[in-house]
Design a protein around this ligand. Structure first.
Ligand SMILES: *Cc1c(COP(=O)(O)O)cnc(C)c1O
Length: 401
């Protein structure tokens, strides 16, 4: 099937693709269940899932067939016309997210752009001002486009691309007082991840979420949750906020939403929808096209029918237990943290070498920041996968000592 060896493909890629990623030296060819295979047939146990994307595991026939069927019907129509897959996907997504209105995008970053535009329009209609402020969090990640980057609390991603969009203020995550201190008469919204992903796998505390919700209610601010990584069942709930019942006014979802078909969405309550974006305010050529709609519709159908969230809630304690064991074994691993199948191990040193060793052994894991090893497996992972992962992880760590 493949004409060249992996090294040749890699050499060619490094001549043609813009070098914006330091990639691991494997060329992935296909997937099956919890496993990936490279172009030379080597198997890898996958604890990354394309960064929290492929929730169902690879090669689910029912999902593949749904896409193939849609491809044979029609892939794209434009948003000037209605299409059945998107209509049905929106109904299912509203239900999953306990929201009232859905706008489909092509990516997570674009869903964040939609939230930021929603906040500004909401503020404009409220008091006619055009200098509203949005509060975001330190160590957050919301994407690479200008709006999303502007609310990303990591200067390393931002500085070279300044100026950012204006009037963003950063509070300290899980520190309610630091949020309160930034609120003034220009503030219109608070945006944050329910569980921070790229910033090092940090769940919001229940007290912080509830406190920010109360603050938003008291001051008339929109609470906007980025559930792009932590949503879609990853924490054992369709959306991570549902564990605490702290409902946002708007939210962003993507990654596992289409399980590989590029699609995201931002959603809001009817109240916000009635006071923000209206015809002509926002658009996209591809967003919610029939192919993306067919993917979302099928993914949500499988999630509900197979109760994927229940599997995560049942199995995650075992993953936590195994990671705790690894954590206790080495004094340079200081903490395990996370929620459900979104877990991190904090090291006192960079984790790059452990990842390299793991990949060479056939285990795919990734970092979240320099010193945190991240585990975001397909949501179908079972105890035997967790055992196999733990074994290879320990061997990989041992090899770096
Ligand atoms: C991945 C991610 C994004 C950006 O999504 P893209 O699809 O890469 O644009 C935004 N927020 C969070 C929390 C993410 O994990």
């Amino acid at each position: 099937m493949n004409d060249m060896g992996m090294n040749e493909y890699i050499e060619q890629a490094e001549k043609d693709l813009l070098h914006t990623y330091n990639r691991y030296r494997i060329v992935i060819d296909r997937g099956e269940g919890m496993n990936l295979y490279d172009t030379e047939g080597k198997r890898y146990l996958d604890f990354v899932a394309g960064i929290a994307v492929f929730a169902l595991g690879y090669g689910v026939k029912e999902y593949n067939d749904a896409l193939k069927e849609q491809i044979d019907k029609i892939i794209h129509t434009s948003n000037y016309y209605y299409n059945v897959p998107a209509i049905e996907a929106a109904r299912a997504l509203k239900k999953a997210g306990s929201m009232d209105r859905v706008f489909f995008t092509n990516s997570g970053a674009e869903a964040i752009e939609g939230l930021l535009k929603t906040a500004r329009k909401y503020g404009y209609l409220k008091d006619g001002r055009t200098d509203h402020e949005i509060i975001a969090m330190n160590s957050s990640f919301h994407g690479r486009t200008f709006g999303a980057l502007s609310v990303t609390g990591n200067p390393a991603y931002r500085t070279a691309f300044s100026p950012m969009i204006g009037n963003i203020r950063f509070a300290k995550y899980n520190d309610l007082e630091s949020v309160k201190a930034l609120v003034n008469d220009k503030t219109i919204a608070v945006i944050m991840e329910t569980v921070q992903g790229e910033g090092g796998i940090r769940p919001a505390t229940e007290g912080f979420l509830k406190g920010v919700r109360e603050l938003c209610d008291e001051k008339g601010l929109l609470l906007m949750l980025d559930e792009i990584q932590c949503g879609m069942g990853r924490t054992g709930y369709m959306y991570a906020w549902q564990k605490f019942g702290v409902k946002p006014d708007c939210m962003a979802t993507a990654k596992a939403l289409g399980c590989g078909v590029p699609v995201g969405a931002f959603m809001m309550t009817e109240d916000v929808a009635a006071r923000s974006l209206t015809a002509g305010d926002h658009g996209t050529t591809y967003g919610g096209n029939p192919l993306a709609g067919a993917a979302v519709r099928k993914v949500l159908e499988i999630f509900e029918r197979d109760d994927i969230c229940a599997h995560v809630r049942e199995t995650a304690p075992y993953l936590e237990e195994k990671l705790e064991e690894v954590c206790r074994r080495y004094d340079f691993i200081t903490e395990r943290r996370g929620s459900g199948f979104m877990q991190g191990l904090e090291f006192t040193k960079p984790v790059g070498e452990v990842i390299e060793k793991a990949v060479s052994k056939g285990l795919i894991v990734i970092n979240a920041g320099k010193n945190v090893l991240r585990f975001v497996p397909p949501l179908i992972a079972g105890q035997s996968d967790i055992d196999e992962m733990t074994g290879m992880l320990i061997e990989s760590i041992e090899e770096t000592l």
